[in-house]
Ligand binder design. Structure first.
Ligand code: SF4
Ligand code: SF4
Length: 129
């Protein structure tokens, strides 16, 4: 959810620009009203349009989540993710939960990815979880 593909920030032990976007493939990425309002403003559409187009209500968890699209690597990924460039299309307007991830200076997914790439001796290898 942090895959804006900005360069590694000082001190962070992960680099979203080298990651295929594991965190954006979570099936449930919760959003609130402020998040939807921000997306509506970003796209110049109404709140209702943004809510319908980019979110869905998850009945089992009883929360509103970002919609998904098909993805060659993970099966499904956030609808707002660019599946070719492997980055968020709304980085500056992304939901709060995406801004907060990962907490701290390390990303478990990135460490897993680096381990697998070294193991395969292939810096472009995309390991699936
Ligand atoms: S809004 Fe952007 S950062 Fe958040 S899950 Fe979707 S693609 Fe990832
Ligand atoms: S899984 Fe980690 S390294 Fe990959 S895009 Fe998300 S925050 Fe960045």
């Amino acid at each position: 959810m942090a895959s804006g593909k900005t360069a590694r920030k000082s001190g962070n032990q992960y680099d979203c620009s080298k990651c295929p976007g594991y965190c954006c493939s979570y099936p449930l990425i919760e959003v609130g009203k402020r998040d939807i309002q921000r997306l509506a403003k970003h796209f110049g559409i109404s709140y209702a349009q943004a809510e319908t187009r980019y979110t869905r209500f998850d009945k089992s968890e009883k929360v509103r989540s970002l919609r998904q699209q098909e993805d060659e690597h993970f099966g499904r990924i956030c609808k707002l993710f660019d599946t070719k460039k492997r980055q968020c299309t709304v980085y500056e307007s992304r939901p709060g939960v995406c801004r907060d991830y990962p907490e701290g200076k390390r990303c478990g997914y990135y460490e897993f990815l680096q381990f697998e790439r070294e193991h395969q001796d292939d810096p472009t290898f995309v390991a699936t979880t």
